[in-house]
Design a protein around this ligand. Structure first.
Ligand code: HEC
Length: 148
């Protein structure tokens, strides 16, 4: 092999290696991101409460009692009594920091968003049916907002 082709071969090998490393870093970054967002286990939970007007209304009752003061009358995250400096999520937009499936929303309400959150777990305060009805209520808000 001539000196020139040797240099070219090395350069090509280097470029290939760099591409590979970048691709790997990218893939790792992406999977870490998917893991921190959402909860794959919770995603498989099936909502046992039919999503109809009745369960959405039941969910609304619960919401008014337990959630409104932080998340706001229309669940837009603007509750007047939310603790200072906390930012209750807007529950009517497309952004679900903890996953958007019924099972993930249910789990966030049941167990709380995380340890540090001002939002505490509701598993000891609400029945399973009430928790799923809340999910149905929140879902009904999103579809109403979208139609408008
Ligand atoms: C003390 C205030 C407070 C109360 C009460 C509260 N939340 Fe929250 N909630 C928050 C805050 C703040 C967040 C944003 C996550 C975080 O940083 O803690 C949040 C996040 C959420 C999320 C996750 C949204 C997402 O983007 O993934 C859901 C769902 C939710 N709340 C539903 C409810 C429901 C339903 C109730 C009533 C049973 C409720 N919350 C009661 C403060 C509250």
């Amino acid at each position: 092999m001539s000196r020139v082709s040797n240099v070219v071969a090395t350069a090509v090998a280097c470029a290939a290696l760099t591409t590979l490393m970048l691709a790997t870093a990218h893939a790792i970054g992406r999977s870490a991101q998917t893991e921190s967002k959402g909860n794959p286990e919770a995603r498989t939970l099936k909502n046992p409460v039919p999503a109809n007007a009745e369960s959405a209304a039941a969910g609304q009752q619960v919401f008014r009692k337990y959630c409104r003061f932080c998340h706001g009358d229309e669940a837009k995250g603007d509750g007047p009594q939310a603790p200072k400096g906390s930012h209750p999520a807007n529950l009517t937009d497309d952004t679900w920091d903890h996953g958007s499936s019924d099972g993930e929303i249910y789990t966030v309400i049941r167990d709380g968003p995380d340890q540090k959150s001002v939002m505490k777990p509701y598993k000891s305060k609400l029945t399973d049916k009430e928790l799923w009805s809340l999910v149905n209520y929140l879902r009904s808000l999103v579809s109403t907002t979208k139609k408008d």
